[in-house]
Design a protein around this ligand. Structure first.
Ligand SMILES: [Ca+2]
Ligand SMILES: [Ca+2]
Ligand SMILES: [Ca+2]
Ligand SMILES: [Ca+2]
Length: 468
């Protein structure tokens, strides 16, 4: 795995704590990269390629996405590969334990189904899972609302470090064992899971603020535990709890995220909106992205975003899994967010019809759309932003033709009536940046294009020529 180091203007994000640096040093001590990191940390940011554009391999320690990294034998899952960059793959401990993929089970995305009898996955114990603070997201559905669906457990029953479990009455239950030997859990487990819809469950813990549990981004439990969780040497189990019987989950998982820190409130809103768009879940709290609504065209995919709750809770640079990176908002005030997602259109420069034809050769089939709002959904202005696009591997891309940014400024769904933004700066390695873009406003669509080649034949005459 390789940590991407970017040339962001951002000072190191507050997201990267001294704990994270320590973990990275521990992990990569044999690599010369550590030396580079130590020198670069004070002057660079990290590209935020984690879920929703929040975090990266240093903080997002585990990312299981049923849409990526699945190895199958028939429809049986033999490996669920970690997408965090840390290769903490989840593997069934026996042939009988293999869960089943169900394609198109949630908003066109697959999920992994566990039979409630013997299906489970294990991730080999690693120091990275001995957490003292965390932010865990799971996207489960229940087939049978039984007691003890053990979604994720680090360790043995009664000796678990931390766990996310459906307890009696199908309610989410989150015991933790601390270094004191004390084991605490919510006295009244909250938040039943649904048998008809996938649910977004977020569970965070830090000694300073205790436990917080959210269902579809609505708070369902909070306490103020301030003790240090205890490490153990057992595997991380997905779908069972080791050391006891009857805890195999009878249900499905679409996605599992684990951060080794508690996300700030801007970041957790962004991650919840990323999951909500992907899995078609309405958020009653802080729905800062509504381009995923059917009425707005279902721009459900690879949602990422930047935003600010207050000075201590900001996120100003995001990419996620897509090719678009947005950073450096010039006027990001409290309670302002800018999120974007796409329509899953063709990621080739194939559209030659809906373009400003005198200046543009072709554009992506894919279209992105932005929400620029506060937590009430009211439009705001985060100021100009820098927009980067990664053209690596794009069919039809050639360095000979200048990349353009097309924004549907009149919001009529067409780009052929627009003036291309042609100010791209090459950053090398097929990366281009449009600095200080003002054209993105709430509900605007955008895409990228190739401009016509410009050949200067003498000091006064410029011809535009077609690609040949
Ligand atoms: Ca939404
Ligand atoms: Ca949708
Ligand atoms: Ca503003
Ligand atoms: Ca237009």
């Amino acid at each position: 795995m390789f940590l991407k180091i970017s040339h962001s203007k951002e000072i190191l994000s507050t997201f990267i704590s001294s704990v994270d640096i320590f973990i990275m040093l521990k992990k990569y001590k044999r690599s010369f990269l550590v030396i580079m990191l130590v020198f670069l940390l004070p002057i660079t940011g990290f590209s935020q390629t984690g879920p929703g554009g929040v975090g990266n391999a240093a903080t997002n320690v585990l990312w299981l996405d049923a849409n990526r990294g699945i190895t199958l034998a028939g429809t049986s899952v033999t490996n669920w590969a970690d997408q965090s960059g840390n290769t903490f793959n989840a593997i069934p401990p026996s042939t009988a334990a293999r869960p089943t993929i169900i394609n198109s089970s949630v908003n066109g995305y697959p999920s992994i189904n566990f039979d409630g009898t013997n299906d489970q996955l294990r991730i080999t114990d690693a120091a990275a899972f001995d957490l003292t603070q965390w932010d865990i997201f799971i996207v489960p559905i229940v087939n049978v609302a039984k007691n003890f669906n053990a979604w994720m457990v680090k360790g043995l029953d009664g000796a678990e470090n931390y766990e996310v479990l459906s307890y009696a009455d199908n309610r989410i239950h989150t015991p933790v064992i601390f270094t004191t030997g004390a084991r605490t859990f919510p006295s009244s487990p909250a938040g039943q899971l649904s048998t008809t819809n996938f649910t977004i469950i977020e569970y965070s813990y830090a000694t300073t603020v205790g436990r917080d549990i959210y269902r579809n981004n609505a708070s369902i439990y909070s306490d103020n535990e301030n003790r240090t969780p205890r490490a153990n040497n057992f595997d991380l189990a997905i779908g069972n709890e080791q050391g006891t019987s009857g805890r195999f989950i009878n249900g499905g998982l679409a996605e599992v995220l684990m951060y080794n820190t508690r996300l700030n409130s801007a970041q957790r809103i962004i991650v919840n909106n990323y999951l909500a768009a992907k899995y078609n879940r309405p958020l009653t709290t802080a729905d800062v992205y509504n381009e995923d609504d059917a009425a707005n065209g279902n721009f459900d995919h690879e949602v990422a975003g930047i935003g600010r709750v207050d000075a201590a809770n900001t996120h100003t640079d995001a990419q996620g899994t897509g090719i678009v990176r947005v950073s450096d908002p010039a006027n990001l005030d409290n309670d302002e967010f800018l999120l974007w997602g796409h329509d899953d259109g063709n990621l080739t420069l194939s559209n030659t019809t809906d373009i400003p034809t005198t200046q543009t050769l072709s554009r992506f089939g894919r279209i992105w759309r932005v929400s620029e709002v506060n937590v009430s959904g009211t439009p705001v202005d985060v100021g100009t932003v820098d927009i980067r696009v990664d053209m690596t591997g794009i069919t039809g891309f050639s360095e000979a033709y200048p990349p353009q940014l097309l924004v549907d400024t009149d919001n009529d769904g067409l780009f052929n009536d627009e003036t291309p933004i042609t100010t791209a700066t090459s950053l090398g390695s097929n990366q281009y940046r449009f600095n200080g873009v003002a054209a993105l406003i709430n509900n605007a669509r955008f895409t990228f294009a190739l401009g016509r080649k410009i050949i200067v034949t003498n000091k006064r005459i410029t011809y535009r020529v077609d690609k040949n």
